[in-house]
Design a protein around this ligand. Structure first.
Ligand code: 5GP
Length: 207
């Protein structure tokens, strides 16, 4: 099949559901899958590195970039600002990498409005008790912040209907396999292989 631009995959789901772990695992296992590094005004957590986990910026820099139209989407999440850089996503997709955006539901809605190319996947926890345990277990946030994340999680879950696929994070390997299957199926869509098909079978109307 002909080579083309990489896929644009949007992965959302409530805080603590394991999006980060799943993205890292997908990227480790597949050279052609990359996670776009977002920009945030949040303070780095212990062990987080600038340019790796996020580009950590102050609010002034964030607003400058926003005003310059550098963002594919942006949102305020749990009191901090987050954004995806259009340039970075395009650069990676041109290199035929499948790009994953690990973003919240507001950001995903913006991407959907600006392009119909995104494949939207919603990651669910096995149940709400498990989600609370994961938020608590991370031990990186203060109790009020954890409560806020859990409240937001309930709101975010209501957005699942806007997505193309749902994956349940029972185990990392199962969720990663499900996402790999989605990527594989998307790559096999007739729509995505039109050029190749035209040269292979001609320009027939399908009959
Ligand atoms: P955390 O602060 O725990 O790393 O992320 C908090 C939330 O922000 C998560 O739901 C995460 O998906 C979301 N997030 C991270 N980067 C972006 C981004 O670039 N855009 C948007 N809209 N949300 C993001």
């Amino acid at each position: 099949m002909t080579k083309s631009k990489g896929l644009l995959i949007i992965l959302s789901g409530p805080s603590g559901v394991g999006k980060g772990t799943i993205c890292r695992s997908l990227c480790r296992e597949n050279d052609t899958i990359v996670c776009a590094t977002s920009l945030t005004t949040r303070t780095p957590r212990r062990g987080e590195q600038d340019g790796v986990d996020y580009f950590f910026v102050d609010e002034k820099k964030f607003c400058e970039l926003k005003d310059q139209g550098s963002f594919l989407e942006w949102a305020e999440v749990h009191g901090n600002l987050y954004a995806t850089l259009t340039g970075e996503v395009e650069r990676l997709r041109q290199k035929e990498c499948d790009v994953i955006l690990e973003i919240d539901v507001q950001g995903a809605a913006q991407v959907r409005r600006s392009t119909d190319e995104g494949i939207c996947i919603f990651l669910l926890p096995p149940n709400m008790e498990e989600l609370w345990q994961r938020i608590e277990g991370r031990g990186t946030d203060k109790p009020e912040a954890m409560q806020e994340r859990f409240r937001n999680a309930r709101r975010e879950l209501m957005e699942v209907w806007q997505y193309d696929y749902v994956v349940i994070n029972n185990t990392v390997s199962e969720a990663v396999n499900d996402i790999k299957s989605i990527i594989m199926a998307e790559k096999c869509r007739v729509e995505r292989n039109k050029q190749f098909l035209k040269s292979f079978v001609g320009k027939g109307d399908g009959h």
